[in-house]
Design a protein around this ligand. Structure first.
Ligand SMILES: Cc1cc2nc3c(=O)[nH]c(=O)nc-3n(C[C@H](O)[C@H](O)[C@H](O)COP(=O)(O)OP(=O)(O)OC[C@H]3O[C@@H](n4cnc5c(N)ncnc54)[C@H](O)[C@@H]3O)c2cc1C
Length: 460
């Protein structure tokens, strides 16, 4: 909802600023005059090229700034996972606007074929020192346009490319943005640099370019990155290939601490880069190391190529870089609503932290918390290595957390309808597989509307 609203507001602001610099008579009516000249069509095409171009570069600038992982954006946008979501949709919308821009530009052949060149407006004046760069800027823009489309296609068609090479290619996006900025500056009509459009586009292009350079320099997140070490590591459960590992990290005293339910970008290995993992412990719940370093817990499931190797790679004493904390998955809601927590698989991690914050003597904020109905969906309730700890935490939680376990192997799958039995308006906090999240989302707008807070575990 917020994603749509922000993109809508962004496009409206650009459109209004563009309207403010247009001449009183655009000359689009009639589309074809008495002499058969398609003056109106040519004018319409020209303005369509400009407006779609402004939309596209404006949205790309938004996507660039969002990629900086600025913590102050979390509050208005509802958490860093939502910042990423907006970043993704701003990028997709920018590609759609670029497609419109390209189609409007190509429509000249169609107008020429039907009515001829008569009535085609002369080229608009551009910034004087860039007049000679017109041809180069056009070619550069076309190349960057194809790269942008290809990038969006491989982002959406996840089967085309695994995550790792995708992420590597995605790092080139700031270069595409800088190329499109040059294209815009060289080809935007001189009259568009007047207020308010000139100021708006100048600011967006400058901020987007700064963000692009910051990203190319590898500076994103550096200010919130802390060098720690692995304090302890253990494979949970039967130690089999699918068993999760628990990693306790010791952080420097500078670590700003976190709130239960937050996540961090964790780098165990410089060549691999950072992966997002939830901090599966409440602040202070693990105490400090002998050296006085604050400790925190990660629970990592072997879900992909890299995480499958971690059980063998990680050892106590190794360096770990932790960037964060990020996120607003705090399990709090409106007083008049019944709190419901739904976790699926490793989506249990933020709830482990939220439960630790409800243990006797843990958090001073306990008075502001509400009782909870919790549903935990697991493949096999008989062998799940996290279940005993979850049961113990729920049993001691204050205010109480009533736990229902849904084991696939036991034929106890959770259906969204099952939550209907809980009386009153529901505030649902969900973290888990996409399919279950989508089913809850579909139900959320049903006959009895639910408020669904969803931590997005996919960042592509
Ligand atoms: C906010 C958040 C919290 C998470 N918390 C946990 C947790 O507590 N425990 C846990 O086991 N898993 C957690 N995950 C999932 C975890 O990040 C991925 O399972 C892990 O990164 C997979 O890496 P891979 O290389 O083994 O798998 P791959 O097969 O390479 O990737 C599988 C998927 O993981 C995601 N992914 C991979 N690398 C990255 C990356 N560097 N940055 C962002 N996403 C990536 C992508 O969506 C990708 O499609 C969380 C994810 C997010 C977004």
């Amino acid at each position: 909802m917020r994603t749509k609203a922000v993109i809508g507001i962004w496009l409206s602001a650009i459109t209004l600023a563009w309207m403010a610099v247009l001449p009183a008579d655009l000359g689009v009516s009639p589309l074809v005059d008495a002499q058969g000249a398609a003056t109106g069509w040519w004018q319409l095409r020209q303005q369509a090229v400009y407006l779609s171009g402004l939309w596209s570069i404006g949205l790309m600038a938004l996507a660039m700034v969002l990629a900086l992982r600025l913590p102050w954006l979390e509050r208005p946008l509802g958490g860093m996972d939502q910042v990423y979501r907006l970043h993704k949709w701003a990028g997709i919308s920018a590609a759609l606007a670029a497609l419109l821009h390209w189609a409007a530009d190509e429509s000249s052949d169609w107008i020429k074929g039907l009515w001829g060149r008569a009535g085609r407006p002369a080229r608009e004046a551009v910034l004087p020192w860039l007049t000679d760069a017109r041809g180069f800027a056009k070619d550069l823009g076309e190349m960057a346009f194809y790269l942008l489309l290809a990038m969006v296609a491989i982002t959406l068609l996840t089967r085309l490319l695994p995550y790792k090479p995708w992420r590597f290619l995605h790092r080139a996006m700031p270069l595409v943005f800088l190329a499109l900025t040059l294209h815009t500056v060289a080809l935007m009509p001189l009259t568009f640099w007047r207020l308010p459009l000139g100021l708006l586009m100048g600011t967006l292009l400058a901020l987007g370019s700064l963000a692009a350079v910051w990203s190319l320099a590898g500076r994103i997140g550096r200010a919130h990155s802390y060098a720690g070490r692995i304090h302890a590591v253990q494979v949970l459960g039967d130690g089999g290939a699918a068993a999760p590992i628990e990693v306790i990290c010791a952080l420097p005293a500078l670590w700003p601490s976190h709130r239960a339910g937050q996540f961090a970008f964790v780098r165990f290995d410089a060549s691999e880069g950072a992966h997002p993992f939830t901090i599966a412990s409440a602040p202070g719940s693990l105490g400090r190391s002998d050296a006085g370093e604050p400790l925190l817990r990660l629970v990592i499931k072997p879900l992909g190529d890299y995480t499958r190797t971690l059980g063998l790679r990680l050892q106590a004493g190794q360096r770990v870089d932790i960037e964060g904390p990020y996120g607003r998955f705090d399990g709090r809601g409106r007083r008049q609503c019944q709190q419901v927590w739904v976790a699926g698989g490793v989506g249990i991690t933020p709830f482990l932290a939220l439960l630790e914050a409800r243990q006797p003597g843990a958090a001073p904020a306990a008075a502001t918390l509400q009782p909870v109905h919790m549903h935990y969906c697991t493949r096999d309730a008989a062998t799940d290595p996290l279940l005993p700890r979850l049961r113990a935490l729920c049993a001691q939680a204050q205010p109480p957390v009533v736990l229902t376990v849904h084991g696939d192997a036991q034929g106890q799958r959770l259906r969204p309808e099952d939550l209907e039995a809980i009386p009153g308006p529901l505030d649902i906090w969900f973290c888990g597989p996409q399919g279950l999240g989508n089913a809850l989302q579909a139900h959320a707008s049903g006959p009895r509307p639910w408020r669904l807070h969803r931590e997005s575990f996919a960042m592509r």
